[in-house]
Design a protein around this ligand. Structure first.
Ligand code: IPD
Ligand code: CA
Ligand code: CA
Ligand code: CA
Length: 260
């Protein structure tokens, strides 16, 4: 049986090493490419960081599988066995343009069940992590369950772009969420925003379109806190296909479905 505490330690060690390389890279010019459009960037640092983790995992745990955003390994078709799901830099646009608020995100799953989750905000030096059944932490501090606030006292994380897409089927419910909550925030890194829900800095986070590597790490943190993660229609998040995402305190579960 795998020693999840040990795997968690190893994942954190590699993450700190990767973060040092990312910070060094930030001090020099690097190549930036647009993928599907001007709001979808990738840099050589994203690719190198993913390759770093892939190499480490293959050398150390040759029987583990790997799924990363930048396609270092072949796409996986099953979540059987131990699978590492990694976003080498979540918040690439922030990385390129703002140079803060980007994260390394790692989720380690066994037969589809989250065992280790981490989200490391590199520039803030905040390591959010959890091992199943052992509590969730930010650095050395154990996270405690946050207050269940009514919507008009809650802060919700969401990307304002979806509100401008008025033809989008979810635009109106999202506008209602903006109108009825205390306020909204948009940090530009889904992994950090979901970790903020786990840490009671946000009460909920919603997105109309994320991929497994965006939410894999944070979903383990949220699960450990007893919070909910699901699609807008209440389905469990898939580790193989992306889609809509709600990450919220448990009392929001029903309310947010109604909004969507
Ligand atoms: C993106 C960020 C962003 C979210 C996008 C993601 P990336 O990830 O998490 O906050 O709104 O949908 O694609 O591309 O920077 O890893
Ligand atoms: Ca990307
Ligand atoms: Ca991402
Ligand atoms: Ca990424």
């Amino acid at each position: 049986m795998a020693d999840w505490n040990e795997l968690g330690k190893v994942a954190r060690k590699w993450t700190y090493e990767a973060a040092e390389q990312i910070k060094r890279a930030l001090a020099n010019p690097f190549k930036v490419e647009a993928k599907s459009g001007p709001d979808d960037l990738v840099t050589e640092v994203d690719k190198n960081t993913e390759a770093f983790f892939y190499q480490k995992i293959k050398e150390t745990y040759p029987d583990h599988s790997f799924l990363g955003e930048e396609g270092t390994a072949e796409k996986i078709h099953s979540t059987d066995g131990i699978v590492w799901i990694i976003d080498p830099i979540d918040g690439t646009m922030n990385f390129v343009q703002q140079k803060i608020k980007f994260a390394i995100s790692i989720g380690i799953f066994e037969d589809g069940v989250g065992k280790v989750g981490l989200v490391y905000d590199v520039m803030a030096d905040e390591m959010f992590y959890a091992v199943q059944g052992q509590g969730a932490y930010v650095n050395q501090l154990e996270l405690v369950a946050g207050k269940e606030r009514p919507l008009n006292e809650s802060i919700v994380g969401l990307n304002a772009r979806w509100l401008a897409e008025t033809n989008h089927p979810h635009a109106n419910p999202l506008m209602a969420l903006v109108r009825d909550s205390r306020s909204v925030r948009s940090y530009g890194s889904a992994a950090i925003e979901m970790a903020y829900v786990a840490a009671d800095r946000l009460d909920a986070y919603v997105s109309v379109n994320l991929s497994p590597w965006d939410y894999a790490g944070a979903s383990v943190l949220l699960e450990e806190m007893g919070y909910c993660t699901s699609s807008f229609s209440g389905k469990a998040l898939s580790l193989l296909e992306g889609g809509t995402v709600i990450a919220a305190k448990q009392h929001y579960k029903e309310k947010l479905y109604l909004l969507m």
